[in-house]
Design a protein around this ligand. Structure first.
Ligand code: SAH
Length: 303
């Protein structure tokens, strides 16, 4: 999974209508703006530390960063922009939308200053391992192609995701700050096979065309939260994306954009529906935040 995704992301921009999948920031500017508003609010309540930086994990085309930074800049935030991205293709895209960013290969390379972190659909792309009982499920070569070597009730674990969450938490605990994590997944650890391959906006067979389709699995937010807590961070409740965006005021933001751009009303209404409706992205996608003890609980997570 790791090798397939490294190759997959290094060799293409998979996002958008002509690609394989569409993410929340690519649906509407409102998504990134509300992430930026939540970060700006926490930064303000933390005393507006001047040395704080905006950091993003797996920034795709840089759309979320551009939208979030517009709001952060308007709030007076003047800090640097640090992007954790391994794909050269996507780094080039990001540099078009986020001039003057500083790139890193890993979370460990982020500067030791207060961090305002966003990570949308980053963790799902990190590799998982599947187990049937005590045995790890592996891929074997069979007649006609690749096949899984065993069947049964599957339990998924992701040391790579746990380590990324712990690394992020360590950095936030050490220097202050917060992280907003958005992804599809479940609030509680549970058995089940959630490995999936997506190509051209469709689910496709997993063991075909290695490296040519997006290979992901649902994120276990309980496991991420546990890894971050063990590393010393404060971890919020998990909130479904629809509730989180509504609490942050997506309705008011859509209304303001509609007033300024009456011709965009149908597009704005569809975007809110896609992002928030429980049958679309509103319920499957979850939001969780990490923060240091001296930073506030971020907006949108209060019960
Ligand atoms: N956040 C963007 C893109 C999500 S796709 C959006 O919402 O549109 C996943 C992103 O994570 C891509 O930018 C991909 O290149 C990056 N990525 C995947 N594995 C990574 C890794 N191990 N380290 C850093 N970035 C990674």
């Amino acid at each position: 999974m790791e090798a397939c995704n490294d190759y997959y992301y290094a060799t293409r921009d998979p996002l958008g209508r002509d690609g394989d999948f569409t993410t929340a920031p690519e649906i509407s500017q409102m998504f990134g703006e509300l992430v930026g508003a939540a970060l700006a609010d926490a930064w303000d309540k933390a005393g507006r530390p001047a040395e704080a930086v905006y950091a993003e994990l797996g920034p795709g085309r840089g759309t979320l960063a551009a939208d979030a930074l517009r709001v952060l800049r308007a709030a007076g935030f003047a800090g640097e922009v640090h992007l954790v991205e391994t794909s050269p293709t996507l780094r080039a895209k990001q540099s078009e939308r986020v001039p003057n960013a500083i790139w890193h290969d890993s979370i460990e390379e982020l500067p030791r200053v207060p961090l305002l972190v966003a990570a949308n659909e980053f963790f799902d792309a990190l590799p998982i391992r599947q187990f049937v009982g005590a045995m790890e499920r592996k891929v074997k070569i069979a007649a006609g192609g690749l096949a899984f070597d065993r069947d049964g009730e599957i339990v998924e674990k992701s040391p790579a995701r746990d380590e990324a969450a712990a690394a992020l938490a360590r950095r936030i605990v050490g220097n202050g700050g917060m992280a907003i994590i958005v992804d599809y997944g479940h609030e509680r650890t549970a058995p089940g096979d959630t490995l999936q391959a997506v190509r051209g906006h469709r689910y496709v067979p997993i063991l075909v065309d290695a490296g040519e389709q997006d290979l992901t699995s649902h994120v276990d937010f309980e496991a991420l939260g546990k890894a971050a807590t063990e590393a010393g961070a404060k971890v919020t409740d998990v909130v479904i994306q629809g509730d989180w965006l509504n609490r942050l005021g997506i309705g008011a933001r859509a209304a303001a954009l509609a007033t300024a751009n009456p011709d965009r009303v149908p597009e704005l209404e569809d975007a809110v529906d896609r992002l928030c409706h429980e049958d679309r992205m509103g319920q499957l996608f979850k939001v969780m935040a990490l923060h240091s003890a001296d930073w506030p609980i971020p907006a949108g997570f209060e019960a």
